[in-house]
Write a protein that binds this ligand. Sequence first.
Ligand SMILES: [Zn+2]
Length: 341
Amino acid sequence: MNERQRYRTVDLPFYRSEIAPILPDRVLDFHAHTWRCRDWQKVPWQAGVKGAKYMVTTPDYPIEQLLKDGKTAFPDRPYSAVCFGAPMPAADLDRTNAYTLSARRHTGLFPLIVTGRDRIPADRLRAMIAAGFFGFKVILNWQGNDYSNVTVADMIGPAEMELADELRLVVLLHVPRSERLADPAIQKGVQALSRRYPRSQIVLAHCGRCYTPDEMRDSIRSIEKLDNVYLDTSMVMDPTVLEIIFDRIDSRRVLFATDFPVAAMRGRRVYVMDHWVDIVLEGYEKSDYRLASNGIRATFMSWEIALAIRRAAERVGLSRSRLRAVFHDNGMALLDRVKKE
Ligand SMILES: [Zn+2]
């Protein structure tokens, strides 16, 4: 079966029966990438260092391909996305951010600056926001599956957060450490940011990296009362994780997200023991925690994320309008609050 046949005979019927009925008129993806490897000092997974093959993906993911993947995933709905470059040590930040800003040529793309503590002076950040960015994607200052021992305060500092507080910027944060948001030191770090900078809009990528129910169970109370802390659902495909979230916090703090190009793969993220594993069809690059088989049926991970949200919503009795808002309005409310003049 070639790509077109698979799309028409396997993917689209599934989309029409399972996904389309829960979506609003337009879809906002709150976490998507776009990059060119010529804006990196090196391709991370070719560096040959420990942990380098943590997440092997395409070395070039231009804006046009992101828009195409959005169209493939949501063929009958306008697709919008909060997008940013590769938030990793190998990225040349000036070039990466300049390329992301060029996404503003397309309607419905909302760029974030990849930066971190004291990486770019505050006056330059301010000028970049005026030029069209909506906030920050905090850089991961470690390599691959070394989850690092840094703290939240090591990743983003007062200079960036004061600006975020003043201009109500989005601060998209991928929390570090192997215990993720369940780590008490990380919880304290997020709470400190939220309380010290209450007007900033802090979004925890991948629901605080809690892909498994146990991780979320040990995390959710730490952010329950922090109204300016939001969760993006990128690569979270476990309904129980989302059920725990909807049970504890206002669904308006949950933002649909994919993590394209990763979620453009056909497959599903599951967990085995205490760590996630990506089960995918054959043909993708080899990567840590990625198992390939053509012995399964599979469709796009972006739809598995949507399905997990739907199943969780059904379990907790979330209303249809609240469910629909997760896919667009909840995220748009954050973007609308950013002070752009
Ligand atoms: Zn990402």
